[in-house]
Design a protein. Structure first.
Length: 240
């Protein structure tokens, strides 16, 4: 059964499929893969939590009923005691089976919780990567805008300078230490797959002639030595 087929089941059938696969040594690998599929995982956790609560309630009720039965039997003297002891083996056997099932459900809930955390981390990573790629595209667009002004030799407006300065103001975390790195530095070193116009002297002049950034704003760590750029054999953080 695949994830799509499992998703079509009613809750009762879903629960039966789920509880018959909670024990790792006897579970069907394909069915379990369908259960932990991101589309089915929240439902599986919810249903299994209800099973766990229901089983715990059964254990508590049976314990109470058994104690009430013991009091009733002992109140009837020796005959009642014999009846209570005669039913003890069956009760303990049923209690152990139910308790074992309860423990397996608990372990399966823990396992599903770990799977959910894995899914959450993967989704967060993907969202972060997408945001980073969007920021890269934006930085490239600003860089090209600045390069066009430099090539045309026209006077830039204040709004243009304010736009370009964002390349020196905005940062992204980079490397194992997640150090903040300006977008201009990212364009110069890490995002080398993007067409760059920073080597155009007119772009360099435009960048240097732009109004200074406000105090406390991180500046781009630029390298005018081409040899220094080539020492970066491998980026600290994958491009994008």
């Amino acid at each position: 059964m695949d994830a799509q087929d499992l998703a079509q089941l009613e809750d009762k059938e879903f629960e039966q499929m789920l509880t018959s696969n909670i024990h790792p040594p006897t579970r069907d690998a394909r069915t379990w893969a369908a259960i932990i599929h991101p589309d089915n995982l929240p439902r599986a956790r919810k249903i299994l939590t209800h099973v766990h609560e229901r089983t715990a309630s059964v254990l508590r009720r049976r314990k109470t009923e058994r104690e009430e039965f013991r009091i009733e039997c002992f109140a009837r003297g020796e005959a009642g005691k014999r009846e209570w002891f005669a039913t003890r083996a069956d009760f303990e056997s049923l209690r152990r089976r139910t308790a074992n099932f309860h423990q397996r459900v608990q372990r399966a809930i823990t396992e599903l919780g770990q799977e959910q955390r894995n899914v959450n981390r993967a989704q967060s990573h993907n969202a972060g990567q997408q945001s980073r790629e969007t920021l890269r595209e934006l930085a490239v667009a600003v860089q090209r805008h600045q390069a066009v002004h430099a090539r045309n030799g026209g006077g830039a407006e204040q709004v243009d300078h304010e736009l370009w300065q964002h390349l020196d103001r905005l940062t992204v975390p980079t490397g194992p230490g997640q150090h903040p790195t300006t977008l201009r530095t990212m364009l110069s070193i890490y995002w080398t797959d993007a067409p760059s116009h920073d080597d155009d002297p007119r772009t360099e002049q435009a960048a240097r002639s732009a109004p200074a950034a406000r105090p406390g704003v991180p500046q781009a760590r630029r390298s005018d030595d081409q040899g220094d750029r080539t020492t970066w054999v491998r980026p600290l953080d994958p491009p994008g």
